[in-house]
Design a protein. Structure first.
Length: 363
């Protein structure tokens, strides 16, 4: 009897365990996603799911959108760098233009002072030779030794005899010496300002030369525009197979990208290259003209040239001063042109940068 009860108890326990495992197995079956497919001869399972045309169209849009992110993202940073370079070059050319203008102004002031010195030399000669003893037309061409031997005795004699003309000559001579010193200072200032203008033109040429080639930016903008166009084509294909752009949240995001991206114009990038080339040209031209001006201004202000009172010497000094002043004026014009093109570059790059930023905000 006792054995029978034990047997019944074991049977009940076994039935309970079998029931629990059966329920767990059923739950696993319920939680398992049943995928249609088949096993191939290689023993591997192959999914037999066939995507719908709408699924294919959306997959295509996702792939193209990735390309838009790759090619359109980061363009604003490149354009921001270009804008910064243009701003820096504008400052450089602006400083150079001001320096050239200062050189021209000091050159003109020097020319006026030199005229005053020449006029005073004539007055001194005429006053000294008024009572005879010398020739006013040749006194300016005398060497220092000749002047000391022939003119100074007359001047001393006039002072001793209390001749008012002698006192007048001494006063004019002192004023002339001050004017000569002023002329020399102005010449040095002109040379220094021309040197500064030359340096800024060279710096401008270097900046423009290093950034003139924008072929990489052209390729990036082209790739961005093409990717956006493909996204638009994929969008139309998705609509054609029944995808509702209003109900699909992804397509709504794609629509904003299509509206904001692909707006950059390759022609604008090419315009940047052309304007950079012009700035490079103005920088090179300004550097060459400035170097000529520095050389002629420095030469015109040497004692050798200034103290050569022969007709040929005076003509040479005047020519050198004229060339230096012309170089200063030319660099003012060149600097103004370069500055103008740099300002145009700033406006263009900022406009393109804003467009690129609007696109990137949608990515």
């Amino acid at each position: 009897m006792r054995r029978m009860y034990f047997t019944i108890f074991m049977i009940a326990c076994t039935a309970f365990v079998i029931n629990v495992h059966a329920e767990e197995f059923i739950d696993q079956i319920d939680d398992t996603e049943i995928v249609a497919g088949h096993y191939g001869e290689d023993g591997l399972f192959y999914d037999d799911y066939i995507p719908s045309p709408a699924d294919d169209a959306l997959d295509d849009m996702y792939d193209v959108y990735d390309a838009v992110q790759t090619f359109c993202g980061g363009l604003s940073a490149d354009l921001s760098e270009l804008s910064g370079i243009s701003i820096a070059n504008t400052v450089v050319t602006g400083v150079g233009t001001v320096a050239a203008g200062g050189a021209l102004a000091t050159g003109i002031a020097k020319a006026n002072t030199d005229k005053k010195v020449d006029k005073m030399s004539t007055q001194i000669a005429e006053t000294l030779c008024k009572n005879g003893g010398c020739d006013a037309d040749t006194i300016e061409t005398m060497s220092d030794q000749e002047f000391a031997e022939k003119i100074l005795p007359l001047l001393v004699l006039g002072v001793q005899s209390e001749n008012p003309d002698a006192a007048s000559v001494i006063a004019m001579k002192l004023e002339q010496d001050r004017a000569i010193a002023k002329s020399k200072r102005l010449g040095n200032w002109r040379t220094g300002l021309l040197a500064g203008s030359t340096a800024t033109n060279i710096a401008s040429a270097i900046l423009a030369g290093l950034n003139r080639d924008q072929s990489e930016l052209v390729m990036r903008v082209t790739a961005c525009n093409q990717a956006v166009q493909k996204l638009k084509d994929a969008n139309q294909a998705a609509i054609a197979v029944g995808v509702n752009p209003i109900d699909n949240p992804y397509m709504q995001g794609f629509r904003e990208t299509m509206d904001k991206c692909g707006t950059l114009n390759v022609a604008d990038v090419e315009k940047i290259e052309k304007q950079m080339t012009v700035v490079l040209g103005t920088g090179v031209a300004g550097g060459v003209v400035g170097a000529v001006g520095v050389g002629t201004s420095a030469a015109a202000n040497t004692d050798k040239i200034r103290n050569d009172n022969t007709d040929a010497g005076k003509k040479k000094e005047k020519t050198l001063n004229t060339v230096a002043n012309i170089a200063s004026g030319t660099n003012v014009v060149i600097g103004a042109v370069g500055t103008g093109f740099n300002i145009s570059l700033i406006n263009l790059t900022k406009k393109m940068m804003r467009a690129a930023q609007q696109c990137e905000e949608t990515l």
